[in-house]
Design a protein around this ligand. Structure first.
Ligand code: 5GP
Length: 180
């Protein structure tokens, strides 16, 4: 276990087998299409996305978006700033947004509404983690790795101050890490 971890929430083996299952599900759901444009939300989703797309048996293209929320004042409004937009024209394309975690749901709700105005053939959401207890707005998640409680987690792409993204398991940090 990482020396700064208080508790492991999802073990490496469990992540790997769940990612495989999600890959199988998604491949099956899109097998009759001409393929999928997988959109990763930077940077948290990068590790999950890299593992997930290697489980897909359908034709896949990759693209990325980076977003930042406007901060505390806008938490309730859900205003999100696009820092990096897609490179692909998504009109008529099947889109899968890949996210690390759905918390309040504000980021995904904004992204979904924004991308839908660009006329994709379909748009679904795949998240590694879901914290339903924290939800403020309703957003439909089509594929979900693990449901977790109201705890701040790091690892497997998720950071605290940009650290721990490269850890293979998902864990909760010791309180002293936040104090230092
Ligand atoms: P939402 O708009 O759903 O509230 O925000 C989702 C974003 O908040 C995630 O993409 C992630 O960047 C961040 N986030 C939410 N919960 C956690 C968590 O437990 N750990 C980390 N590292 N980031 C989180």
């Amino acid at each position: 276990m990482h020396p700064e971890a208080k508790k492991i929430l999802v073990r490496e083996e469990d992540i790997n087998s769940r990612v495989k299952e999600l890959g199988d599900l998604i491949s099956r759901d899109y097998r009759d299409t001409d393929g999928l444009l997988v959109v990763g939300i930077l940077k948290g989703a990068v590790i999950f996305m890299a593992d997930l797309v290697r489980q897909l048996t359908i034709p896949v293209k990759l693209d990325f978006m980076a977003v930042s929320s406007y901060g505390k004042a806008s938490e309730s409004s859900g205003v999100v700033r696009i820092l990096k937009d897609l490179e692909h024209n998504i009109q008529g394309k099947h889109l899968l947004i890949v996210e690390d975690i759905v918390d309040t749901g504000l980021t995904l709700k904004y992204l979904k509404e924004n991308l839908e105005t660009r006329g994709p053939a379909s748009l679904k959401i795949c998240t590694l983690l879901d914290k339903p207890a924290r939800r403020k707005v309703n957003v439909e998640v089509n594929y979900n790795g693990f449901i977790i409680g109201d705890e701040f987690v790091v690892g497997y792409g998720l950071d605290y101050n940009e650290r721990y993204r490269n850890e293979k398991s998902i864990f909760i940090l010791k309180p002293e890490v936040y104090a230092s």
